[in-house]
Design a protein around this ligand. Structure first.
Ligand SMILES: [Zn+2]
Length: 431
């Protein structure tokens, strides 16, 4: 544990610390950000009304549209001269979401990410290959500063250039890989093609995130790479990677509660829900200077777990995010997350974990087709085996999701590979 005095603090101690920092944050946004001042005044709220974490629900929510409306810098709580860095979302259309950091923010983020790497068991003796994208995306640089703060040897290779990644991984003796789970899978596959035995290499830890993935995918990656794979969570609106991180118990991600307050709310009524109930995650930052956020609605669906973890940390945990409500497909009225389908595919285990969901509308009916890769060997087998597998997948999807889907088995390497976040959904419906 990198910060045991904080990570094992009593629950009362954490709440007290959060209360103090919450008051400072509320004062900071009220004094410096016209958007928040206006939002507070509209509901007749004064900064002094917030005295502890119990008052959190008096505060208004912030949503992604607020960030767009205040593009680029109007939500910042410091003058531009205090900013040392900005990051932005990679949106393909329209203006991106922009976030900013002071020098203190960058220092705090580095501490936070160092703590996260340590939670996965990394130390200063590790060599950390960072294959998240560097640039406006927070993944690359967020991990970079954290691994450096830990004292590890950083290989800032960024995403892509797969053969070179694998070569350097061997030559440099990389022990920790940080990237998206879909890219990790691609690396594992390419390693096999290149005749590289990853399980026999020095690689021992994977820090994977930035997209939803399933527990079955974890097992797959752990087997293929000979590693322990850990889930890391974050979003640039809140800070970037490091909002929460799995410990070695692999039983939910510890929220870094000295930096953030997490809530789960009912996405319809916006009422806060008790621990243990599923709803939308909402975060309030506690130490950020340049870009504080008050009750930011993430659109991510999860559950908060209060029970103490076997690792000894007292921070509340959050369950693996099934998907962002933005990525959720509604098919014939049923909510479908790509990660649920991934889980079914991996549980059956006779296909490759490369898949894509193609949705179309025929007449009034939504049509879901799941493209899944199978091995070369499977294709050279009898047609009867393919048909059997198709039927098995169709039945399992029907029983898990409660909807029918067409299964299309395709040859290896048919589905485009991604070097960042995987594109799981092709939605052809005109809604
Ligand atoms: Zn733990």
């Amino acid at each position: 544990m990198l910060h045991p005095e904080i990570e094992t603090m009593s629950r009362e101690g954490i709440r007290e610390l959060q209360g103090i920092r919450l008051q400072e944050t509320v004062r900071r946004v009220y004094d410096n950000v016209p958007f928040y001042q206006k939002a507070f005044r509209e509901i007749g709220l004064e900064p002094g009304d917030i005295k502890s974490v119990d008052d959190l629900s008096k505060l208004p929510f912030t949503v992604k549209q607020d960030l767009r409306d205040n593009y680029p810098f109007d939500l910042f709580a410091v003058p531009k001269s205090e900013l040392v860095r900005v990051h932005a979302s990679s949106g393909t259309t329209g203006k991106p979401i922009v976030v900013g950091y002071t020098q203190n923010d960058i220092n705090n983020w580095a501490d936070l990410m160092a703590r996260c790497f340590a939670m996965a068991g990394a130390t200063k003796d590790d060599t950390v290959q960072i294959a998240y994208g560097y640039g406006l995306f927070t993944g690359g640089l967020g991990c970079h500063y954290g691994a450096e703060r830990l004292g590890a040897t950083v290989v800032p290779i960024s995403g892509g250039n797969t053969k070179r990644q694998l070569m350097l991984m061997q030559d440099f003796g990389t022990t920790v890989l940080a990237c998206t789970p879909s890219y990790a899978l691609y690396l594992a596959e390419e390693a096999v093609h290149m005749g590289i035995d990853l399980p026999a290499s020095q690689l021992r830890i994977g820090v994977f995130g930035a997209e939803p993935w399933s527990d079955n995918m974890r097992k797959e990656l752990e087997n293929k790479m000979g590693i322990d794979a850990y889930n890391i969570y974050g979003l640039s609106e809140v800070i970037g990677p490091g909002v929460s991180m799995e410990c070695q118990c692999k039983n939910g991600m510890h929220i870094n509660e000295d930096y953030f307050i997490a809530e789960v709310v009912d996405p319809e009524t916006l009422e806060p829900l008790p621990y243990g109930q599923k709803g939308e995650l909402v975060f309030t930052s506690l130490l950020k200077e340049a870009f504080p956020v008050i009750r930011y609605r993430t659109r991510d669906i999860s559950v908060l777990i209060e029970e103490k973890c076997d690792c000894g940390r007292t921070f509340v945990r959050m369950e693996r995010v099934a998907g962002r409500t933005d990525d959720m497909l509604i098919i014939r009225g049923v909510n479908v997350f790509p990660s649920q389908i991934e889980s079914v595919l991996l549980a059956i285990g006779e296909t490759e974990p490369h898949y894509q969901l193609v949705v179309d509308r025929k007449g009034a009916m939504d049509d879901l087709e799941i493209w899944v890769e199978v091995s070369d060997k499977m294709f050279s087998d009898e047609i009867r085996r393919l048909e059997e597998l198709e039927r098995k997948l169709r039945n399992e999807i029907q029983s898990v999701l409660g909807i029918s889907a067409k299964i299309k088995l395709v040859e290896p390497r048919t589905i485009p590979r991604s070097e960042g976040k995987a594109k799981r959904i092709v939605d052809k419906r005109e809604l």
